[in-house]
Design a protein around this ligand. Structure first.
Ligand code: NOJ
Length: 521
């Protein structure tokens, strides 16, 4: 049998916005525990939790001050251990978020570095450099806006590719390497099934720290030759980590957050002795257009097959505009999102579902400035609205905010019209987005058992995608604006459609359908 991570559906739990048990308006680990039955019944295989470690929350937990504990906002270490146990009892695996590129500025190492002298062992764990006269060491930019260097009292500068509260570690330093080996073991010993690696393409930096050249941006997928993204040296780190995870029983896994433009470069992270999988941002970034989607799918499958790794598919996460909104918003966006879900879940490999997409939540675009928390918003003085709009707490039940999220409000306001999008409302409606995800995931589980992990394209009209995914299982997507006939090469019975069909051989616009040669499910 294939290891689970080759075809898993992994649900992303953005802990602070999932479910609040403490009544402070912020989701927490006991909240996640209390909703495990919901996740089991949804039909996912595993959960990826965004960081819940002690953190000043300068970047929603991606500024970690202690990698071996739980922030009191989110619970205790005992809660994390209980969550691992309970999740396993519900048949769900758990992936934690590892943040190796940078620590918090409140991490004891960085505090010690500030107190120490230039050239000291404490400073050598980070990237402290002298400036060029009064100027910073080079022209690198923070991904959140502004420069990537901050000056300390004695005149040296330290590098932070994100917020100043997130100093970058120096991955050529043996203290750093040893510390992360130990952190991995700490959680692996507690039974965690894997790690999502934050900024996995960023750990190695050009030792000469050359200036960013023309066309070399900090944000957006990395292109070759960049001085701090996707350097060859990062691969040593992943080989080292893989050797550790392989000593544990139970198919522990790594998924890399690797923003690179070229799928062939992405595949290098997935060589057999490195990471197991990586997020597929090419698919996420593709517009709602059959040609673009097909290209993204083909490129990904081709690049992954070169290294024997499974592809993964993702439509949304906590860093991007929710796809209902990206695909046009309103009724159009919802329809396309329903069709996209059936497309994604029919593709070979793993899939990621970001919490709330199964409810069809749109981006919340009108959050008041004084409630926004994302450093991107503040560092660009509002020019970039940032990522708070996709992080609004989930609506569970009831008719008004906080919609069953907890007893103490929500850290970001929920739109009142989410009353129609709660889990409670959608569970009772067979036509809801939630019902579609539940049904699709149930069929997918049966499909995974048959599937060879390949896909064969079938001839189809313009703006229609049609493929056979496993013997006798077909997916057709009409990404166009007009009804389209189901291609003759697709036989069989309609299994599931993202929206009602007027007849079983015609797909309305923005609709996807699954067909099965013989009806056994
Ligand atoms: C990627 C994470 O997904 C994002 O939320 C975070 O701000 C950056 N890495 C920095 O850690």
């Amino acid at each position: 049998m294939d290891p689970w991570w080759r075809h898993a559906v992994i649900y992303q739990v953005y802990v602070r916005s999932f479910a609040d048990s403490g009544g402070d308006g912020i989701g927490d680990l006991p909240g996640v525990r209390s909703r495990l039955p919901y996740l089991r019944d949804l039909g996912v295989d595993a959960l990826w939790l965004n960081p819940f470690y002690p953190s000043p929350q300068a970047d929603a937990g991606y500024d970690v001050s202690d990698y071996r504990d739980v922030d009191p906002r989110f619970g205790t270490l005992a809660d994390a251990e209980a969550l691992i146990e309970d999740a396993h009892a519900h048949g769900l695996r758990l992936i934690f978020d590892l943040v190796p590129n940078h620590t918090s500025d409140q991490h004891p190492w960085f505090q010690a570095a500030l107190a120490a002298k230039p050239g000291s062992r404490e400073r050598a764990r980070y990237l402290f450099r002298d400036g060029r006269g009064a100027l910073p060491p080079n022209n690198w930019r923070s991904a959140f806006g502004g420069r990537a260097w901050t000056q300390v009292a004695d005149g040296q500068w330290y590098l932070h590719l994100f917020a100043p509260q997130q100093p970058d570690l120096d991955w050529t330093n043996e203290d750093v390497r040893a510390e992360f080996r130990s952190i991995l073991r700490f959680w692996l010993d507690r039974g965690v099934d894997g790690f999502r690696i934050d900024v996995a393409h960023g750990l190695a930096k050009d030792p000469a720290m050359t200036d960013l050249g023309h066309g070399q941006a900090t944000s957006g997928p990395a292109v070759e030759g960049h001085p701090h993204w996707d350097l060859d040296e990062v691969h040593d780190v992943y080989r080292d980590w893989r050797a550790i995870s392989d000593t544990y029983a139970g198919d522990r896994t790594f998924v890399g957050e690797v923003w690179v433009a070229d799928p062939t470069r992405l595949a290098r992270y997935l060589r057999p002795d490195e990471l197991h999988t990586a997020f597929n941002f090419t698919f996420l970034l593709a517009p709602w257009d059959a040609k673009a989607l097909r290209e993204a799918i083909d490129e990904s499958l081709r690049a992954m097959s070169e290294v024997g790794a499974p592809a993964t598919w993702v439509l949304s996460n906590h860093d991007v505009i929710r796809h209902v909104t990206r695909y046009g918003g309103g009724a159009t966006g919802r329809r396309r999102a329903r069709a996209a879900a059936l497309l994604m879940l029919a593709l070979p490999g793993g899939a990621y579902v970001y919490q709330g997409e199964e409810l069809g939540l749109p981006e919340v675009e009108d959050l008041p400035a004084d409630l926004r928390q994302d450093p991107t918003f503040w560092r660009t003085k509002g020019a970039d609205p940032g990522r708070d709009g996709c992080r609004v707490p989930l609506p569970w039940s009831g008719t008004e905010p906080p919609f069953g999220f907890g007893s103490g409000g929500t850290w970001l306001p929920q739109p009142p019209d989410w009353s129609g999008l709660t889990v409670e409302r959608q569970s009772a409606d067979p036509a809801s987005m939630l019902s579609l995800y539940r049904t699709a995931l149930r069929h997918r589980a049966a499909l995974t058992a048959l599937s060879p992990g390949t896909l064969t394209w079938l001839p189809a009209a313009e703006n229609v995608l049609a493929f056979e995914r496993a013997p006798g299982f077909f997916c057709v997507v009409n990404a166009g604006e007009r009804p389209a006939a189901i291609p003759p090469a697709v036989p069989g019975e309609l299994l599931l459609a993202s929206d009602p069909l007027t007849d079983s051989r015609t797909l309305p616009p923005a609709t996807a359908a699954w067909y099965r040669a013989e009806a056994t499910t």
